[in-house]
Design a protein around this ligand. Structure first.
Ligand code: NAD
Ligand code: ZN
Length: 380
């Protein structure tokens, strides 16, 4: 049996191993991992010093516990605290973090620890990839989205005026510590948004996982073993995809299910998190991808209805009409999609589906069909 397919349980901690040869690493999932972080890091990276990169929200809830845990095993650390939010994935913040780490005289064998959501993880990972041509990197993801998605797979980076995530590097962590109890301080809306990415793994290629979520989502939201199980299954799904296609030359693109429509809606709302956060865009995008697939006679409309009904049950939006305020029409949405994607001779690449758990990469989707579909959601 392949490494990553095993999911060992030590008491209430699940371990998912990411099998990338010499760069293989473990993802530990369970409550109390921030308390244990120092010991887990010291066991794998003896003698290391550390820089913790975090944001103000996460620092007030979890930084003291992490610092104490590092101190208890003699790991000397400095902290770089950034402002919460997407704007911290910038050249300015990158420079501040790099300067602080160099000022603290950290060396290549030392460790950058990301304590936070996907913003902190992407920024800190990129810092780790460039300072002294590559330092050790440990992820301590604290949002559900970061625990099931952004902390796994080694993509790091920042945003530029030309778009999101356009500057970055592939840099795998040495260890991921997903403390499921840390999610208790996460705002409910952020938890729900991250849950959209959990559903995504079921919809891509695990119909049994989707069915399990339909039955068990309340327990996933309330915490306990179902939450650990959902996160571990998600990490395993992403790890398996990354093992087969680390640099996204093929099937890693399936992880973008719902993201083409979702990114267009995020752009159309000016990345205003008060109106739409990423996971909500993904939820709408997945609902649309299933409806569009049904419209193209690729999948049954019953599957699209089932997806929508689950997303609605947990309180996620499923239609552009669920977004408050004005939205641009089909023309503008299509042009956002075209910016996000390569368009060749009027055809778009989309992740479509033949049914729940049967997503595939469709390379020749007519832009005219997408346009007609989006027209249906225009408000009078
Ligand atoms: P985020 O990091 O902005 O976190 C969301 C909010 O929750 C922030 O305000 C943060 O301060 C707060 N927060 C996080 N953990 C908390 C906790 N435990 N308690 C209280 N507050 C907490 O956003 P996100 O949704 O975690 O990540 C989104 C980012 O991830 C985007 O920049 C996206 O591009 C990136 N991403 C990267 C990958 C990848 O493969 N590298 C994959 C998906 C997304
Ligand atoms: Zn996403």
């Amino acid at each position: 049996m392949h490494e990553s397919r095993s999911m060992n349980r030590k008491a209430d901690t699940a371990t998912v191993s990411v099998g990338l040869g010499a760069r293989a690493y473990d993802i530990l999932i369970g409550p109390g991992l921030i308390v244990r972080a120092g010991a887990e890091i010291a066991a794998r990276l003896p003698g290391t010093r550390a820089a913790v990169i975090t944001d103000d929200n996460v620092a007030s809830a979890h930084l003291p516990v992490l610092q104490e845990s590092l101190g208890a095993v003699g790991i000397d650390s400095v902290t770089v605290q950034v402002r919460p939010g997407e704007r911290s994935k910038s050249f300015e913040t990158l420079q501040e973090a790099v300067d602080a780490i160099l000022a603290a005289r950290l060396e290549r064998r030392d460790t950058i620890i990301a304590l936070g959501g996907g913003v902190v993880g992407d920024l800190a990972g990129f810092v780790a990839s460039i300072v002294r041509r590559g330092m050790n990197f440990v992820q301590v993801p604290t949002s559900l989205l970061a625990q099931v998605d952004s902390s796994v797979g080694g993509k790091t980076g920042i945003n530029t005026a030309h778009g999101k995530n356009l500057v970055g590097a592939f840099h795998q962590p040495r260890l991921v510590l997903a403390d499921t109890a840390a999610l208790d301080t996460l705002p409910e809306r952020e938890f729900r948004a991250g849950y959209a990415e959990v559903v995504k793994y079921g919809l891509i290629n695990q119909p049994d996982f989707f069915a399990w979520l339909e039955q068990n989502w309340r327990e996933v939201f309330s915490g306990g073993s179902a939450r650990i199980e959902a996160i571990a299954r998600s990490c395993r799904a992403k790890a398996e995809t990354v093992e087969r296609d680390e640099r996204e030359t093929g099937e890693r693109a399936l992880l973008n299910l719902g993201h083409t429509f979702g990114h267009a809606l995020e752009a159309a709302t000016g990345y205003d998190g008060a109106r739409l956060v990423h996971g909500e865009g993904v939820a709408i995008g997945m609902a649309l991808a299933h409806r569009f697939s049904a419209r193209m006679n690729l999948a049954s409309p019953d599957d699209a209805a089932r997806v929508e009904s689950h997303l609605r049950a947990v309180g996620l939006p499923t239609s552009p009409k669920d977004i408050a305020g004005d939205l641009p029409g089909a023309d503008a949405l299509l042009s956002y999609i075209a910016q996000d994607k390569k368009v060749s001779r009027g055809a778009l690449t989309f992740i479509l589906t033949r049914g729940i758990g049967q997503a595939f990469i469709a390379k020749d989707v007519p832009a005219s069909e997408v346009h007609a579909f989006l027209k249906e959601f225009e408000r009078p």
